[in-house]
Design a protein around this ligand. Sequence first.
Ligand SMILES: [Zn+2]
Length: 336
Amino acid sequence: MTDYEYRCQRQRAIDKDMMLVCRDLGIEVGTRGKWRECRCPNPQHDDRHPSCRINIQTNRYHCFSCGAHGNNIDLVRMVRGCSYLEAVAWLLGTHVALQTDTPPQPRTTIEEEKTEHLDVTWLHSLVSPREYYRLLSPWAKDFLRQRRIDPNLIDAKGIVSIDRPVATQRARRRSSQGHLYTPVFPAPSLLFPYRDENDIFINLQARLHQPKEGQQRFHFPPGSHTALWNPHDALTLPDGEDLWLCEGVSDALALLTSGRPVLAIASATSLTPDAADFIARQAARLRLHIYPDSDDAGQQLYQQLLQLCPALRRHDLPAGCKDFAQAWAQGCIEAR
Ligand SMILES: [Zn+2]
C-alpha cells in the first residue's frame, strides 16, 4: 500500500458516521440534536450518567467529565484497546463483517458471563509454549542482567516478555458503562505467571517496562483476585526454615537469586483474607523475614504482616536503597 492509499483509507475511517461506529461498539447514544449524549466510552471512566457528547457535525466525541475526546480512530482504539492501524482496519474492513457476523450481543449471553472471570486457559497459553518465547527480547534480557537476576530462574518461573499489547482474554468484556472491549496487557512488558499452592497456573501479571507518566507499572487482567506469588515453594520448605516475605515479583526474583526462599505479596494493598491466612500458617512453622521497602506502602505492609506473624524478623536495607531488588542490583547485599 502506498502512503497515499493509506492516507485515503485513514480519512475514510475518520469520516465514517460516528453514530454507526458507536452502534457497532455497543455504545448507546441519544438520538436527537447536533450533540448526542452517551455514557463515556473510556474503560477507565466509570460513567454512570452520560457525560460524553458526540458532535454529529464534526464527527468527534468529547467527555466533559474525564476529558476523553477524539475521532473515530481514537474511539475505536479506546474501546477495543487496539493499535492505530488495527483501528483503521477495523473501521474499514472488519467493521462491515462485524455488522453481519457478530451483531451487538444482549447483556446476558454465556460469552459475557464467562468474561466476568479470568480466561485462565488463554492466559496460560501466552506463557506455556515457552519455545516461542525462550529468547527474551533484548530489552528484557538487559533489564534482568542489570538487576543481576539468575536467568535459570526466569526459565524456571516461566517468565516471558511481550513487545506488543496482548489481549488478556478471548471473549470481549463488558465495561461498567455497558460497552464491549478487549482488555490488554500493555507492552513492552514482562509477564509473570502466578501459581497456586499446588503449583497450578492461576494468573498472569504484566510488568510494564518504562511506563509513561500516569501509566501504572503492574497490570493484572480485570477480574483478578490473585494475591500471592510462589506459595508452592513455601510449602516445600521443611519446618523451621527461613522464608522471606516481600512485595511484588521483582523483589522476589532478586531474593531468590540471592539464595533466599521467598513468598511475594502481589502488592502492598492486595493482602486478601486467604493470603493472610496462608502467611499466618507459614508463620506457625517457618522463620519469616522481611526487608521492608523504604516507602510508606512498604512500612504499612510490614506493620500488617507483623500483626499476622509477631515473630517476623525485620532487616533494614542499606541506606539509599528503596527495595531489595535495587540493593541486590547494586551489590549491596550478600548472597546466602
Ligand atoms: Zn469520560
